[in-house]
Design a protein around this ligand. Structure first.
Ligand code: SAM
Length: 462
């Protein structure tokens, strides 16, 4: 027996008392991997002709895995490729979104849960999406910018750095780094990397993260804890020890029986498991922890003085006021000449987070001022609140859209010189600067498509 097969058997047998471990083993070994996406309701309004993910209003299973890189709408933030089980988050968060809330996604990269949650939140809400690993924080930032919502901050910090936001958040999400058992079918390397000592190490790290961020949750708030594992050590045991130490309790989640989610309780920890032989998707476990007491948030008495950004005074904002619509915002300078906007209601918070954290993204990127010129920042094209009436628009075909995302210069001889907004299937994909014989392409190199585009492989979800 190969060692990976032995590992697989061991993990399946360990959950024998919770489920049918032989069926689990057989499905991980023999079955096809489902492919699922979650549509961005601000960019795609129509219903897609695919099987729905039952617990997610905009989730779909695709019949087979396409080359996502070769669909312009994938790059434009029109949908997100995400495990179906993870989309269950919606059932937990949706009941809390009848009023504006503040959400902290602690382990957020590459952004599956963050982009999902931000689509559920009401106007006036706030999401702080954090990722401790720098390179992953930049991928998270790209995905958040492209998703197009304004009320979002991306930070690159250790979870313990957020203590200054004591009692601030209504919802904290810890989608913890884990031993990856739930990914055994999708990524065979996770079987080879798995070991009992790794499970142990992960559970210690998970416990540490929970304690590090607990203080940021307001009394009455919820902490959503999830892993993509089956074992109890990283789930029930982490949660039961945690609630015993903090006086918190687990909340029960209601769901339809035919979703085949497995509820399991141990020492007060209630966990909901998605097993690949019972639900269509990979392995995932989630629980909801309620906080009953603790410190209420107290805003800083004096306005914080962030040294690395400058809020632009109201009287000097005229140049930028027509760039975004219906949005009560302040405008700030991030680096010399780089102008962003942020929700007015969160002005103090913005200064505070810039003072304490490594902020990668906050609000909406607007323009780069170069001499007398205002050049739109590429991220502005994806913002839902971008006032698209200010620029001429050009709808492009599939091949041209992919050439834009490959950062090639385009030929647009029939349009006036200057900045042009490109759309594909009506979805904004970016800006080019038409200089006559060609149009310059400012799409960021680090976001660009690296593979060759073969015309016979191009496709689109719409
Ligand atoms: N929530 C993400 C999503 O839905 O796309 C997936 C998160 S992934 C399961 C766990 C994340 O935790 C990874 O991005 C990883 O870099 C990060 N991580 C690793 N070690 C960490 C630590 N010590 N503290 C906080 N986060 C950590």
């Amino acid at each position: 027996m190969k060692s990976s097969e032995a590992t697989l058997l061991h993990v399946c047998k360990a959950v024998n008392h919770i489920t049918d471990s032989e069926a689990l083993h057989s499905v991980i070994t023999n079955s096809e991997i489902p492919v699922s996406i979650r549509v961005n309701p601000n960019k795609i309004q129509q219903t897609l002709p695919y099987e729905k993910v039952q617990w997610c209003s905009h989730g779909y299973y695709l019949p087979k895995r396409p080359i996502f890189t070769l669909d312009p709408l994938f790059h434009a933030g029109a949908y997100y490729v995400q495990e179906a089980a993870s989309m269950f988050l919606e059932q937990i968060v949706a009941p809390y979104t009848y009023k504006p809330v503040k959400v902290f996604d602690v382990c957020a990269a590459p952004g599956g849960k963050s982009t999902h949650v931000i689509s559920l939140l009401q106007r006036g809400s706030l999401l702080v999406a954090n990722e401790v690993i720098r390179s992953r924080a930049h991928i998270l930032s790209e995905n958040i910018i492209k998703w197009g919502k304004s009320n979002c901050v991306v930070t690159n910090n250790d979870p313990k750095d957020f203590d200054f936001l004591s009692g601030f958040f209504d919802i904290v999400i810890v989608d913890a780094p884990c031993s990856g058992e739930g990914m055994f079918r999708k990524d065979v390397s996770t079987i080879q990397e798995w070991s009992p000592s790794h499970v142990d190490l992960c559970s210690k790290r998970q416990t540490r993260i929970l304690h590090d961020v607990w203080n940021t949750l307001a009394p009455g708030g919820i902490l959503i804890y999830s892993t993509c594992t089956f074992n109890e050590i990283e789930n029930e045991d982490v949660v039961s020890d945690f609630i015993a130490q903090t006086g918190a309790t687990c909340k029960q989640i209601s769901f339809f029986q035919d979703w085949n989610i497995t509820e399991h309780e141990k020492k007060g920890a209630v966990c909901y498991r998605f097993f690949p032989h019972k639900t269509k998707g990979e392995g995932f476990t989630i629980s909801v922890i309620c906080k009953h007491n603790g410190t209420e948030f107290e805003p800083p008495k004096r306005t914080p003085q962030a040294k690395n950004i400058t809020i632009i005074p109201e009287k000097n904002r005229l140049h930028f006021s027509n760039l975004i619509q219906n949005y009560q915002s302040i405008v700030y300078e991030r680096q010399k000449g780089i102008i962003w906007s942020f929700a007015k209601d969160y002005r103090k918070f913005l200064l505070d987070i810039y003072m304490h954290c490594n902020v990668i993204h906050a609000g909406i990127p607007l323009v780069h001022i170069q001499g007398h010129k205002l050049n739109p920042l590429p991220g502005l094209a994806f913002a839902n609140s971008f006032n698209s009436s200010i620029l001429p628009k050009l709808e492009v075909d599939l091949y041209t859209a992919l050439r834009y995302f490959k950062k090639e210069s385009l030929e647009i001889s029939h349009m006036s010189k200057g900045w042009i907004q490109l759309t594909y299937k009506g979805v904004s994909i970016g800006f080019v600067k038409n200089i006559g014989n060609r149009a310059n392409n400012p799409y960021p190199q680090e976001w660009s498509i690296k593979m060759n585009v073969h015309q016979n492989q191009m496709w689109s979800i719409l």
